[in-house]
Ligand binder design. Structure first.
Ligand code: AMP
Length: 184
């Protein structure tokens, strides 16, 4: 399990574009498309995550719609493990189970296929991944969903953690959290 030094973190941070007032006034959107566009930076990140997780006995990587799919699928393939998508309500075609979570105004819901973790191993280890954790609502619901679906969410990874929002505070304590880049 190797960590990045400050130069490496600065390098990755420099590849992420801040877009002010998107999708609404007051939000600084962390745009990771600029990191993906840089093939060396994208490869460096995936190789780092591979080295970080290769000895953690991960069976599945679960990515949160939609940017979690990009990092999740690349990492799952590198680790030679399965990938499963966690999607917003109504997008998955087969029978699903779901988990609701509160937004600033109202609710949202994430879903997973009921047989997402059916396979050779019972109660497989799952690594959840998303591009960013803000309040932690989406990640908490996703971890709960994975555990409800007959697997164990052993790890959760975020490329960016907006630490001032303390989003990791309410996540399952049995889940190991790793944030690659922290914004204080
Ligand atoms: P939350 O549930 O509040 O932790 O929000 C996390 C989800 O919203 C992730 O899927 C992020 O991709 C997205 N998100 C929230 N805030 C931002 C932001 N400032 N920049 C980019 N994505 C964000």
């Amino acid at each position: 399990m190797s960590l990045l030094n400050s130069k490496e973190k600065e390098y990755l941070l420099s590849k992420i574009r801040d877009v002010k007032d998107f999708p609404k006034p007051g939000i600084v959107f962390k745009d990771i498309t600029t990191l993906l566009k840089d093939k060396d930076a994208f490869n460096f990140l995936i190789e780092h995550l591979y080295n970080y997780y290769k000895d953690r006995d991960i069976d599945y990587v679960a990515g949160i719609e939609s940017r979690g799919f990009i990092f999740g699928a690349a990492l799952a393939n590198r680790l030679k493990v399965s990938f499963t998508p966690i999607r917003k309500k109504g997008k998955l075609p087969y029978t699903t189970i779901s988990e609701k979570y509160a937004l600033e105004y109202g609710f949202d819901e994430v879903e997973i296929h009921i047989d997402a973790f059916e396979g050779e191993k019972s109660n497989p280890n799952v690594l959840l991944i998303d591009d960013l954790i803000a309040t932690g609502g989406t990640a908490k619901a996703s971890i709960d969903l994975i555990n409800k679906a007959g697997a164990k969410c052993s790890d959760a990874c975020f490329i960016i953690n907006l630490t001032f929002l303390e989003g990791t505070k309410n996540l399952d304590k049995n889940c190991e959290i790793y944030s690659v880049l922290e914004i204080v």
